[in-house]
Design a protein around this ligand. Structure first.
Ligand SMILES: Nc1ncnc2c1ncn2[C@@H]1O[C@H](COP(=O)(O)OP(=O)(O)OP(=O)(O)O)[C@@H](O)[C@H]1O
Ligand SMILES: [Mg+2]
Length: 259
């Protein structure tokens, strides 16, 4: 087992593991509504992630997947509903406080600083006080996960391939010491061999006591790996189940796998 990427004992969030009480979900979303201007995009989302699970979020273009991550992150203010991280409602908190409480996303399109070094890009993730104090240690762990980044750390991010840039984006999110890591289409634009490698890395990240919420267009591959999946259509969850249950579902197979 690799060592955990963070030390649970230094968490800021309250402990909920008193004897006799079931541990709360890592992330629990209840009746979440949000949108842009007057337009509602999310229309009553319910979602639950068990600690240390990998959960896939599937949906067509425009379904509201990225909007959901932005809302959980505090970048969009929810109109209604609760977002609980390990039992603590974080809805309406500013983004930096939500990161400090452990929800960190690697956003759609990577959003790297291409004219800064790989190392500098990774350090951008370690803004909160706890992450800053441990940043050299975490950096070492990220380099263990993605050795090519250790080799090239002094080079500008623009010198990397798309797949390597995605490693930087995931590594930067890990630098913030997430408890729940959200990945928004990490495999977008990657060659199939790089997608396989990325999925192997994600499976390895799971061994580090993290909960992962992953948005993916590689529906078959992600559901093979995921413990649980949700299908989002027009801002509503229309289907959920274990990865295997979803892969056996006729609607999912017809709509997302073309079978
Ligand atoms: N900044 C914005 N301002 C206004 N409308 C937006 C904005 N961003 C997204 N939308 C709209 O919200 C809806 C959901 O978009 P969102 O990006 O969440 O979808 P998505 O499921 O992530 O899609 P994709 O698979 O293409 O990434 C779409 O109708 C989109 O046009
Ligand atoms: Mg999106």
């Amino acid at each position: 087992m690799p060592k955990p990427i963070h030390d649970a004992a230094v968490r800021e969030a309250p402990a909920h593991d008193a004897p006799g009480h079931a541990a709360p979900p890592a992330l629990e979303i209840t009746d979440l509504w949000a949108g842009y201007g007057e337009q509602d995009v999310l229309r009553g989302i319910d979602l639950k992630l068990a600690p240390r699970s990998i959960v896939a979020l599937i949906g067509a273009n425009g379904a509201g997947k990225s909007t959901l991550l932005r809302t959980i992150s505090g970048l969009i203010r929810p109109r209604r509903g609760a977002v609980r991280l390990y039992g603590e409602d974080v809805a309406g908190l500013p983004p930096h406080r939500i990161v400090a409480r452990g929800f960190v996303q690697s956003p759609e399109g990577k959003q790297l600083f291409l004219d800064m070094s790989i190392r500098e890009n990774l350090l951008v993730g370690a803004q909160n006080r706890r992450a800053r104090e441990r940043r050299e240690e975490t950096l070492d762990e990220v380099f263990d996960l993605f050795p090519i980044l250790r080799e090239r750390q002094a080079l500008n991010a623009c010198t990397l391939s798309g797949g390597q840039q995605q490693m930087v984006a995931v590594g930067r999110a890990l630098m913030a010491l997430p408890r729940v890591l959200a990945l928004d289409e990490p495999s977008l634009g990657l060659a199939p061999i790089m997608v396989d490698r990325l999925f192997e890395s994600i499976a390895r990240i799971r061994e580090r006591d993290l909960t992962i919420l992953i948005i993916e267009q590689n529906v078959f591959q992600v559901l093979e790996m995921a413990d649980h999946g949700y299908v989002l259509e027009n801002g509503v969850v229309t289907l959920s189940g274990t990865g295997q249950e979803l892969l056996a579902d006729d609607h999912l197979r017809a709509s997302y796998l073309g079978l």
